[in-house]
Design a protein around this ligand. Structure first.
Ligand SMILES: *Cc1c(COP(=O)(O)O)cnc(C)c1O
Length: 472
């Protein structure tokens, strides 16, 4: 046995970094990863975390500006979540909800979710992930239209560069071309429209953001007319595209989408897996964007990622149809309403309420992040910045004046991410768009620290690109 560092759990220090990396490469196939390349390089081993910081096995302290993977909204080390899990595991670690049985944590969580969500939501269907939530959406939406006597209404419209998870249905609803290229996706009956990305699509066409918002929403109407309005079941979108690169749509976009959905009677599904639970400064992103969704998918922030849980909030229009159907909805998971996951979610939502985190984002740190992020526009590499609540994006460009991008083979975003990693900052690269979504508990002082890190990493990236002869 090696001696243990006092602040590090025994398991983490039981092996050296190299030993962890070797075992990782030998046995662990990581998600969305070039396995061969990672095996050569070695994974970064993360061993502990507190508040908005993580530590790796080499003892580096890193500001986690991605909240794990968009999920650790109340921050690391929240004892009330740990206690809730331990208490529930002792009392009732598992019981199912299939055979006319239920458990107190699942019931209480369903009740609390109905309280914190918009008034049309009184029911919830539980899953263990966002992907399973969106699979549930596909089955539930098609079931709804069957029950309405319109089984031909089965087409669901999503968006290119949208992200709705990695199961067959989730990846199909999403519009990630790399995912569609593997495994014969999308499944039948899914159609995609272009994303509301002003910098890519509106700016070159000379449109103002607001004009472009209307244009982009009308792409939905064009798709509905092309498919045939009597065949379209639903439209799904993230209020702000997350994995696609924190693409904040113009304020005109979502109200126009809502109008079009209403006009053709199609269901509106808001994928709130990232935007839900305070991220945008309201409980749900649809509230920030001015929509009235029929269904809302959630996961990630519902438990702050401490344990897996997801689900679908089901509006009265669809819920009543299911309740009045008189037959089973043939769908569900072993862990639908898992008591431990639900107990942690209850503790997490109560913590969000106790700490007033939604107001904290809306009135304090959200506006402050927006103010500080705008400063980055002056940097030679930055084409545009965007924020919404506690999400932010910095678009790196080759030519500020024209907005011309770097050649994609240069992977400039990955160069920048490397400098972030090396300097104690987790920031994600989506192409050449650098994005953040820090824990909602972040303070103004910590945003100052974050901004200092971001500026330093942008400067280092600039120097690096100049040395490589890729800039100016
Ligand atoms: C992460 C994510 C999902 C998928 O959730 P998983 O828990 O990874 O299955 C779905 N939708 C959005 C918007 C997401 O960000």
């Amino acid at each position: 046995m090696t001696t243990t560092v006092q602040t590090s759990p025994a398991r983490a220090s039981a092996r050296s970094t190299r030993e962890w990396q070797a075992a990782d490469a030998a046995h662990f196939l990581h998600p969305f990863t070039d396995h061969g390349a990672l095996a050569k390089k070695g994974a970064r081993i993360v061993t502990r975390a507190e508040n908005i910081y993580i530590w790796d096995s080499e003892g580096h302290k890193i500001l986690d500006a991605m909240s794990g993977l968009w999920c650790v909204n109340t921050g690391y080390g929240q004892q009330s979540l740990v206690d809730a899990a331990a208490r529930q595991m002792q009392e009732l670690p598992f019981y199912n909800a299939f055979f006319q049985t239920s458990t107190p944590p699942a019931i209480e969580l369903a009740e609390l979710l109905a309280q914190v969500s918009p008034p049309q939501f009184k029911h919830v269907f539980f899953t263990s992930s966002g992907s399973e939530g969106n699979d549930t959406v596909v089955r539930m939406v098609r079931r709804y239209w069957d029950l309405q006597g319109q089984p031909e209404r089965h087409v669901i419209i999503g968006r290119r560069n949208g992200y709705h998870g990695s199961t067959m249905a989730g990846a199909s609803l999403g519009g990630m071309s790399g995912m569609h290229a593997q495994g014969g996706l999308p499944i039948p009956g899914i159609v995609h429209i272009e994303q509301p990305h002003w910098y890519l699509h509106g700016r070159p066409a000379g449109q103002s953001r607001d004009e472009f918002g209307i244009t982009a929403a009308r792409w939905l109407e064009e798709a509905i007319l092309a498919v045939g309005p009597s065949k379209v079941a639903a439209f799904i979108g993230e209020p702000v595209q997350g994995a696609g690169g924190v693409i904040v749509p113009p304020s005109t976009y979502w109200p126009e989408i809502q109008r079009i959905c209403d006009k053709y009677g199609i269901l509106l599904v808001s994928d709130e897996v990232i935007c839900g639970f305070g991220r945008t400064g309201q409980w749900f992103g649809g509230e920030t964007m001015g929509t009235r969704p029929d269904l809302m998918t959630f996961a990630k922030g519902v438990t702050s990622g401490y344990v897996p849980l997801g689900g679908v909030l089901v509006g009265e229009r669809v819920a009543n149809a299911l309740i009045e159907a008189g037959t089973d909805f043939e769908h569900g998971f072993t862990y639908s309403g898992h008591p431990v996951a639900c107990a942690v979610a209850l503790a997490n939502i109560r913590l969000i309420q106790r700490l007033n985190l939604v107001e904290h984002v809306r009135q304090d740190v959200g506006p402050y992040l927006a103010e500080r992020f705008a400063e980055l526009s002056a940097h030679p590499l930055v084409g545009e910045t965007q924020t919404c609540g506690l999400m932010g994006a910095v678009q790196l460009v080759k030519d500020k004046a024209s907005g011309a991008p770097f050649a994609s083979e240069l992977s400039v975003g990955m160069v920048c991410r490397g400098h972030c990693f090396g300097n104690g900052l987790i920031m994600r690269a989506v192409g050449d768009r650098m994005i953040i979504a820090p824990p909602l508990v972040i303070s103004r002082g910590q945003i100052d620290e974050l901004m200092q890190l971001i500026k330093r990493c942008l400067d280092l990236t600039l120097d690096d690109l100049r040395q490589r002869g890729w800039f100016q």
